[in-house]
Design a protein around this ligand. Structure first.
Ligand code: SAM
Length: 260
């Protein structure tokens, strides 16, 4: 099928690894089930509604951006079971309950995009035994020496140099079905692996898409990022404690990071 979309959504559609895990997850959840309603939150071009439409009587696809909404409406117009809505998923009052919430508004550590507030709202309308795709995320941190002194993403083809200087620490795990707050705060303990100077922390996010379908970063999904820290001289085997805070869905300006 031909999809009309913005340049951003075109890049998302070219990312086969990202699409493959969502396609497999939707198929896996839907197999051998009689299903009524799905929500596709932040539907963009409408691709995930398209993957879901053979399995549901009714799909509510929500998109906040007017241009993307128009394109999704055009792309999905022949599917009478899909209703595309131009609205904000954080405040939207759904007219019905859902068996499945699909929400691909992911970004690294869920800080910049509104995945968390959109899911907190939609969960109020999830049927008992209903599921969410993706199911959750795992966040990993590592101390680094970075050549830049400001926040930056390390995309697959970026040329940003940095050296990894500690062990990797899984500092948080979220299951979207659990109750959790968008305000995140933790202390992380690292072990230094080399005499050097640390001046940053690398954050990597793994997505638990569904059951055993797991996804690391892909060209358009969850590029790891580097957050600067005050430079500190460190020795091999030294333990360094860091306090990290942010608000999920409120942007990278909410990140606070300090030594303890
Ligand atoms: C990463 S794109 C994913 C698009 C599509 N789901 C896909 O997988 O290709 C996220 C989409 O969510 C939309 N979005 C962001 N915040 C939103 C909100 N609060 N309510 C509804 N849509 C939102 C964006 O405009 C964007 O189209």
């Amino acid at each position: 099928m031909k999809f009309y979309c913005t340049q951003y959504h075109f890049d998302l559609l070219k990312d086969n690894s990202r699409l493959a895990v969502f396609y497999e997850a939707i198929k896996e959840y839907c197999k051998n089930k009689k299903l009524e309603t799905a929500f596709d939150i932040g539907c963009g071009s409408g691709i995930l509604s398209y993957f879901s439409q053979p399995f549901f009587k009714n799909i509510i696809a929500i998109e906040k951006d007017k241009e993307s909404y128009k394109k999704a409406t055009e792309n999905l117009k022949k599917f009478k079971n899909i209703n595309v809505i131009n609205n904000d998923a954080i405040t939207y009052k759904y007219p019905t309950k859902a068996d499945l919430i699909i929400c691909e508004m992911l970004d690294t550590a869920l800080i910049d995009e509104e995945q968390v507030p959109a899911i907190i709202n939609a969960k109020k309308y999830l049927n008992k035994n209903g599921k969410i795709i993706p199911e959750g995320i795992i966040n990993i941190a590592q101390l680094v020496n970075m050549e830049r002194e400001y926040f930056c993403h390390v995309d697959v083809d970026s040329r940003i140099n940095y050296e990894l200087l500690s062990n990797e620490v899984i500092y948080s795990k979220f299951d979207f079905l659990d109750d959790f707050s968008a305000n995140f705060k933790t202390n992380i303990k690292f072990k230094i692996n080399k005499n050097s100077i640390i001046n940053g922390i690398k954050i990597t996010t793994i997505t638990k898409v569904f059951k055993n379908i797991v996804c690391g970063s892909t060209p358009m999904l969850n590029a790891p990022f580097l957050i600067p820290l005050k430079p500190k001289k460190v020795k091999k085997d030294q333990v360094v404690n860091i306090k990290l805070e942010y608000i999920m869905g409120k942007g990278i300006e909410t990140i606070k990071i300090n030594y303890i």
